[in-house]
Structure formats: C-alpha cells, structure tokens
Design a protein around this ligand. Structure first.
Ligand SMILES: *Cc1c(COP(=O)(O)O)cnc(C)c1O
Length: 365
C-alpha cells in the first residue's frame, strides 16, 4: 500500500515486464555474476554515453572510492572536503589515511580550491573532492595544483549523472572519478557504483582489484577485494537507462518550478552553479539564514507528512573519528541547508504545498 507522505526522494522503477525480460535471459544463461554479459553491456552503454574509455561497474560507490584509493596507491594525508556524504571521509579513514579538511566555498559548496595549497604537507599524496549536488568543483585549479605537487586526484562524482563541464562529462576528470548507482541516486542499479578512467593500465588494474586480484585460474596479481556487481543489478541499470533522459527532464522541470515559486520567498538562498557547467539537479537544496529557521521549517513540513532531508549534516570535520580541525564555512552551511523532496512523481501541487509551508513558517519565525 502506498503511504500518504512526501519523501525526500523515491527511486524511479522501470516497467516490471522489462525487468522480467532481463531476468528470463539471466535464467536462460544461468550466469548470475562475475563479469556477466549484462554487466559488460551496461559498462559499454555508459562508456558510450559519457564518452569515456573505461567504465568499471562495482558493487557500490563506497567500494568505488576505496578501490580508487588503492589503485592510485594513496597513503598518508588526503586533502578532502568536509561537506559531503560520510562515505567520502570514512573511505579515507578505512584505507588508513588521514583526511585533511579544506573548507568549502560558501557559494558553490565545493572544496575551496584556493585554500588547498596551504594544507599540502610532505605527507600529502592525494585530493578527494566531491562535486556537491552535481555541481563541478574548480577542476582546472585542482588539476594545476595536483600537477605542480605530484598529487593524485579522485572525484566523488556520486551526484553527477548528467553533469558536464565545458561540454564533456565531469566523470572524465581527475586521475579517477567514481560514482554511485544507489537506489537514492537519479540513475540507480539498486546498489552499485562505477569507476571512470581513460587510462587503459589503470582500468586493467582496477578490473583485477575488484575481482580478488584473480588473473586467470589459480593466478593472482596483487591484493584485491570483492567489488563486483551482479547481472540482476546490471539488468536494473539497463532498464533504467532507457528512461533516464525522461527522468532527468522531469527533474529539470521540477527544479525550475521550485526556483520559480521560491523566488519571492525571502530568507532562502541557493547553491551557485560553477561556470561553464551544466547540472541535472538530483537534489534541491535550499539555504536558510540560520539553523533555527531550518528546524522550524523541517518540523512544520514533517508534521504535514513531508520529509525533507538535512544533506549534508553534520560537517564531516566534526566526526568523532577524525582530528577536529575547524571548517567554519562548512559547519555553518551544514547547519542551515535542507534538501526538498524531489522525485519523478512529485507534482506541482506537492511543490506548491511545500513552498507554501516554507513561506508561512518563515513569516512566523
Ligand atoms: C551516495 C554517496 C556515496 C556512497 O555511495 P554508495 O553507493 O551508497 O556506497 C558517496 N559519496 C556521495 C557524495 C554520495 O552521495
């Protein structure tokens, strides 16, 4: 039974018959995982779509980050952003590296590239930056810095399915880019993720790493892990790929409509999109003037059966397992940013209701 509430997001599901067609072919082949034909087909279709040579499907976005760190042999200190999902930081710690937080830009909400250089030490080996809500980081400045200091760059591009910078997919940037195809992302394979590269040696290395290091029967080339994804997951991706342009178009219209109806509302701010970029919004974040406003609006929406979400909260430099360096901009933004519901069946009436509640609540605080 469908619940009568408005969630922050809902997965898009393809017509069941189309998924069942793929299941039948899987049953016929009796091949469930280990680089099956559907995984290969999805990788190829994504490579074509984004014009990137190698797309390596893995089991989720977090293992994608960890394999990317292993593939680039990162160690010591990693410069990163405090404003992201927790997996960006926890992966660094899990890989026995130390996250060094560089504060964010208050407008783009991405790591402030102009503050990176002052945090580089002899122990720094890499930079892991998130394109927050799909908005590209200042990739050119970051590339210049990493070139001059011999650092590797990984982009957490989990929100970037439709993002381009200067006309090409943002997935092509950095030494490696990784993404997530989790059920909450705009393009989903239930669980899943991918690593993108144009470097054939790097791709070969990652292919070994995601499969225990298996290099033919009884032969192992390096330490690996199980980062594979299955035929069932790839089938979901192949079905969704047929609808993703439609899904993204609906999102774009919904976001324009939110912007239109929120325009006259005082005290609400927005993320600034980086120059030369095109972003298909998978999220609709709004900024309040302070946390009190946010909490009041969140409570009022929740009592009306509407669930916005505090993305990202808390600022990652305040996690209890990292050394507590201040990141005042990130902490401030994290305290007053709220993502409004956004999914393909959200109606204009839903959006009108959400904005009316926000407006009314703000007038009363
Ligand atoms: C979703 C997400 C991840 C983690 O991806 P999973 O597939 O859930 O492991 C990492 N970073 C960011 C920014 C994300 O939004």
């Amino acid at each position: 039974m469908k619940k009568n509430t408005i969630q922050v997001t809902e997965p898009f599901l393809p017509p069941l018959e189309e998924y069942v067609e793929h299941l039948k072919s899987i049953w016929d082949r009796n091949r469930l995982t280990n680089d099956g034909p559907l995984v290969r087909e999805l990788e190829q279709k994504l490579a074509d779509r984004f014009e990137i040579d190698h797309v390596l499907l893995v089991s989720n976005g977090t293992i994608a980050l960890q394999i990317a760190m292993q593939a680039l042999e990162l160690e010591g200190e990693i410069i990163t952003t405090p404003f992201s999902y927790v997996a960006t930081t926890s992966s660094i710690v899990w890989e026995n590296c130390r996250p060094v937080f560089v504060d964010i830009d208050a407008e783009t909400l991405n790591v402030d590239a102009n503050k990176i250089e002052e945090s580089i030490t002899p122990l720094t080996t890499g930079i892991i930056a998130t394109h927050v809500f799909g908005n590209p980081c200042d990739v050119e400045t970051i590339e210049d810095i990493s070139d001059r200091h011999g650092l590797k760059v990984i982009y957490d591009a989990a929100h970037c399915f439709g993002t381009t910078f200067k006309g090409t997919s943002i997935f092509a940037r950095g030494d490696l880019s990784v993404t997530s195809f989790h059920a909450t992302k705009i393009f989903q394979t239930v669980e899943g993720g991918a690593i993108f590269t144009n470097n054939p040696e790097m791709a070969a290395r990652i292919e070994l790493m995601r499969n225990f290091g298996h290099d033919g029967f009884g032969k192992f080339s390096g330490v690996g892990i199980n980062g594979k994804n299955s035929e069932m997951h790839a089938a979901m991706g192949l079905c969704n790929l047929r609808y993703i342009d439609e899904v993204m178009e609906i999102r774009r219209n919904q976001c324009s409509y939110y912007s239109h109806v929120l325009d006259p509302v005082q005290d609400v701010g927005f993320q600034k999109i980086f120059r030369d970029s095109y972003v298909i919004p998978a999220y609709y974040p709004i900024l309040f003037e302070n946390e009190m406003q946010l909490l009041k609006v969140q409570n009022t929406l929740e009592s009306a059966g509407i669930s916005p979400r505090r993305y990202f909260y808390p600022s990652l430099n305040t996690l209890d397992y990292v050394s507590d360096a201040p990141a005042p901009v990130s902490e401030d933004i994290a305290s007053r940013i709220l993502c409004l519901p956004l999914y393909h069946t959200l109606t204009k009436e839903n959006q009108d209701l959400i904005v009316a509640i926000i407006e009314k609540t703000l007038r009363s605080v």
